[in-house]
Design a protein around this ligand. Structure first.
Ligand SMILES: *Cc1c(COP(=O)(O)O)cnc(C)c1O
Length: 391
């Protein structure tokens, strides 16, 4: 499909390709220097002491909750407006997700609502920087501190961003987690990273990702029988391969360049859509615009339109070979959440209303202005047609 405009596309060049080939030639495919270099790069960029590379963002969040000792009987406050993994990990450790409605502007958790939802069983707040937006993260950090519970920062969509006061995404929680799926700002194909300043928590995560081995476990190939087959706890295999980590090292070197390209694409969209009265455009935290890490470009239809019109617009874009998606359906309305938590529909009206109006448009570093203009023209035509059909 020559005219196809995908929803997302990784930005990979010769440097990434040769880094991966070098690893293949080296023969060292796991637990090696690339993992360490990647961990240092991500930790440094987040202003953190430790980075623990894992094989997905979901695995990182899962291990972080386990390392914090969260389990059955515990409540974790989180957002219904996110990718499903941020709530799934709470269920995975046997705890109960307690959803709180979001702020209508940023679509992030509303700090006052979070505070009101704290009970004696609350063991953590798991907050998401939705679409890279850093709004309210400092306030959520303050709520967590006041109640002496950890903030877990799902910064999977915010790598490299800063809030209005210049604080780094990934630096708000006791622990933060990034994801490196191909649509993220940095990709390793699949991958994730836990970042924290807490030495013990970092070591526990390192052990949990590596079959419950001690952090300094060695294979003993140098002569004596090592600690490689000694397992101190029930662990997982969440290690990131050297092939993936090498990709990550190069992508981190290019992060600022790629974020700048993303900012430029977002600027074109805003320029071509800002006079459309039927649209609410994405707004980074006021004051953070120049350092916002753009993950996606998600517009919302204005109040006159509902989910049916929104779905029709997305279908229309797809018929024109333009990638588009409904980021995000509410988590509490997902079929298996209805089974686990019962019918919560209507309980988080801001999240529900927003999720019926969102349209994620094609967004990636190498998108050019001509294609942005084409997407905007199609989008406006489709919205006009829906408007006429309603009238
Ligand atoms: C991408 C993402 C994740 C999960 O990352 P994976 O690497 O796909 O497991 C978690 N939370 C949010 C908000 C995400 O966007």
């Amino acid at each position: 499909m020559p005219n196809h405009i995908p929803l997302s596309q990784p930005d990979l060049g010769d440097a990434e390709i040769s880094a991966v080939v070098d690893v293949l030639r080296s023969g060292r495919l796991s637990i090696g220097p690339q993992q360490e270099a990647f961990e240092h790069a991500v930790a440094r960029r987040s202003g953190r002491m430790h980075g623990v590379a894992v094989n997905s963002g979901t695995a990182g969040l899962h291990l972080a909750l386990l390392a914090l000792g969260i389990g059955p009987g515990d409540e974790v406050i989180t957002t219904p407006f996110s990718f499903v993994a941020s709530a799934n990990v709470i269920l995975m450790v046997g705890a109960t997700p307690v959803f709180v409605d979001v702020c209508p502007r940023s679509l992030n958790l509303e700090p006052a609502g979070v505070e009101a939802a704290v009970t004696e069983r609350t063991r953590a707040i798991l907050a998401v920087e939705v679409f890279g937006n850093t709004t309210h993260m400092a306030a959520l950090e303050a709520v967590a501190r006041k109640h002496e519970i950890p903030l877990v920062e799902d910064c999977c969509e915010a790598l490299g961003g800063r809030d209005a006061t210049g604080r780094d995404a990934g630096g708000f929680g006791r622990v933060g987690v990034y994801g490196f799926y191909p649509n993220k700002q940095v990709t390793t194909g699949e991958g994730g990273m836990i970042v924290t300043d807490d030495d013990q928590l970092a070591d526990l995560c390192r052990s949990l990702r590596n079959q419950g081995r001690a952090v300094n476990a060695h294979s003993g190939l140098a002569g004596r029988i090592g600690s490689w087959l000694t397992h101190e706890r029930l662990g997982f295999n969440c290690r990131l391969s050297e092939i993936a980590a090498a990709l990550g090292v190069v992508q981190m070197q290019r992060l600022d360049e790629m974020l700048e390209k993303r900012r430029r694409v977002a600027g074109w969209y805003t320029q071509h859509l800002m006079d459309a009265p039927e649209l609410v455009l994405p707004q980074p935290e006021p004051g953070s615009e120049g350092q916002h890490s753009w993950f996606v470009y998600v517009v919302r239809l204005s109040s006159g339109f509902g989910p049916a019109e929104r779905d029709a617009v997305i279908d229309g874009l797809r018929k024109h070979d333009i990638g588009a998606s409904n980021y995000f359906p509410c988590i509490h309305l997902q079929p298996f959440y209805r089974e686990v938590l019962g019918d919560l529909s209507g309980r988080f009206p801001v999240a529900e209303r927003a999720s019926g109006k969102t349209i994620a448009l094609p967004f990636f570093p190498d998108l050019d202005e001509t294609r942005v203009e084409l997407v905007c023209r199609r989008l406006r035509d489709l919205i006009a047609a829906e408007g006429l059909r309603r009238a």
